[in-house]
Design a protein around this ligand. Structure first.
Ligand SMILES: Cc1cc2nc3c(=O)[nH]c(=O)nc-3n(C[C@H](O)[C@H](O)[C@H](O)COP(=O)(O)OP(=O)(O)OC[C@H]3O[C@@H](n4cnc5c(N)ncnc54)[C@H](O)[C@@H]3O)c2cc1C
Length: 485
């Protein structure tokens, strides 16, 4: 008889785990609390506009290829990818910006234009980053974080110094131009910690950025969710939406059932793919591995204030992806990590997928996604959201030299309270637990419960970490552990 497994949540990690488990013969059911699958990668459709509610940067295309190849498929069986050129634009002030294009050669030239001699230094830096990428993304991240020995390889021993220095120090050793420093520190923000807390080994993110490029699935990131859903269903996975798991029931230290919408569903195997902290709270206290103070001590990735905005005209001077670094980078970082508070002058990010993908907005319109990173756990009120919307839209108008506020047809916002309400997110974090030195690999919350037989975890709070590619890998890792246990 087929062994059955119940998966909590339908984010990237859960969907990936479901595919691997179904392929190896398990009968898999996914229980998702919301009415739509995808978790933080859900989609919002309104008045002919389409928005990805969370992830928008499709980086590390090789990880997606490897995922689909495990099922003898390719990404192009499910969605069409385009390499963006330019990849993105960084605004540093009025008429001050740097555009990052789609090849290393073009990026070397952009650096050289900004600071003489910097292209040679960048080439050296990227060579190092590429070698780290090979070690990390093609090998280390596929290890399940069970033992510290997983990290000990001839390559990592050779690079040991890079685990104890930081990206921030490394970048500053090579570059003095402030703008170039910020561009090189930006990719590790995806790992959730500040560059001065992120080991220099993580420069592989710079190779992902400049070396592999920024891609866009036609129709948006949600096409990837739909692709994996299609794959999962074809493998026999059952997906139940509007099905919040309220309790994981345990007898004799083994999982016996889950409670969903007041019904008890028998199961001996559970993969908890919602936020780890929340899933542990579905257990009686004696079966939880980590205390409240454990979670409180951890460095969490930021939360965010997000706006999804419909404009009734095409906008000028923007690209698909845009970063607004025209204010003090370090001051905002301190407001996230050191002294959590709403930033006085926020950095922000905006994407307009309709610039390159006409399917995501009505004709002659633009869809705008605006993101301000914030410390998790901040007070979140309608007034604060409005204040910050005005701050960034006024700056946006000035920096891109156009009026847009009067062209807004609608806007929706999403912030700390929504992350908690919609995803049961710990303190409203947007993308999980940061990858600092002490929160890497075997030092992260474990994939397998040490207290309850038959209970496993997956997703951005466990190994390997935050982001869509790591979430796909997390699903593969948990499935491997289940099959070997
Ligand atoms: C604003 C934002 C921007 C981002 N940008 C990028 C980007 O550009 N590129 C990138 O690679 N990554 C990005 N990320 C990170 C990426 O989206 C996440 O790392 C990834 O989607 C996490 O997937 P997951 O499966 O771990 O969790 P989730 O997507 O959070 O899935 C967990 C699921 O569990 C469900 N759930 C919760 N509680 C229960 C319950 N009790 N019962 C049943 N179901 C439950 C939730 O509803 C959710 O569907 C971004 C994230 C955010 C929020």
């Amino acid at each position: 008889m087929k062994r059955e497994v119940s998966i909590i949540g339908s984010g990237f990690a859960s969907l990936a785990a479901s595919c691997y488990l179904a392929k190896s013969g398990y009968k898999v059911t996914i229980f998702e609390k919301n009415d739509r699958i995808g978790g933080r990668a859900r989609q919002l459709q309104k008045e002919g506009f389409t928005f990805d509610m969370g992830p928008s940067w499709y980086w590390m295309p090789d990880v997606f290829e490897r995922f689909f190849a495990d099922f003898d498929k390719k990404p192009s069986d499910y969605y069409q990818l385009e390499k963006l050129n330019p990849a993105y634009k960084v605004f540093f002030g009025n008429n001050e910006s740097i555009t990052i294009e789609d090849t290393l050669e073009k990026i070397y030239s952009a650096f050289e234009k900004e600071e003489t001699g910097s292209s040679i230094k960048l080439k050296k830096f990227i060579d190092q980053a590429q070698s780290n990428y090979k070690i990390a993304i093609e090998d280390l991240v596929y290890r399940p974080g069970v033992s510290p020995l997983e990290l000990v390889t001839p390559e990592t021993i050779r690079k040991i110094g890079q685990f104890f220095s930081t990206i921030s120090k490394d970048v500053r050793k090579h570059f003095s131009n402030k703008k170039l420093i910020q561009i090189l520190e930006f990719p590790v923000l995806f790992l959730g910690a500040k560059p001065s807390e992120t080991p220099s080994f993580y420069s592989f993110m710079n190779y992902a950025d400049f070396g592999l490029g920024t891609w866009h699935p036609q129709g948006g990131m949600y096409k990837v969710i739909e692709g994996i859903e299609k794959l999962a269903v074809s493998l026999g996975v059952e997906i139940r939406t509007n099905s919040p798991v309220d309790k994981i029931n345990v007898l004799d230290k083994s999982v016996t059932s889950i409670s969903v919408n007041g019904m008890e569903i028998a199961t001996n195997l559970v993969v908890a793919g919602a936020d780890y902290h929340h899933c542990e709270r579905l257990l009686e206290p004696e079966f939880r591995q980590y205390s409240e103070s454990f979670w409180d001590r951890k460095t969490f990735a930021p939360s965010s204030l997000l706006f999804y905005v419909g404009f009734d005209k095409k906008l000028k001077n923007i690209n698909h992806h845009n970063l607004f670094f025209d204010v003090d980078f370090d001051a905002h970082t301190r407001d996230i990590y050191d002294d959590p508070k709403w930033p006085e002058e926020p950095l922000f990010y905006a994407n307009f997928t309709s610039v390159t993908d006409e399917n995501t907005a009505p004709e002659n319109c633009e869809n705008g996604f605006f993101l301000i990173p914030l410390a998790p756990g901040l007070q979140d009120t309608a007034e604060l959201r409005e204040t910050y919307f005005s701050i960034i839209l006024e700056r946006f108008e000035r920096l891109t030299n156009q009026d847009v506020i009067k062209n807004i047809i609608f806007k929706e916002s999403f912030c700390v309270n929504d992350f908690i309400e919609d995803y049961n997110s710990y303190k409203g974090n947007a993308y999980g637990m940061a990858n600092t030195l002490l929160q890497t690999a075997f030092l992260r919350p474990k994939l397998k419960s040490s207290k309850v037989e038959g209970l496993f975890f997956t997703g951005q709070l466990t190994v390997p970490g935050p982001g869509v590619p790591p979430s796909l890998i997390s699903g593969k890792l948990v499935s491997g552990l289940i099959q070997s246990s």
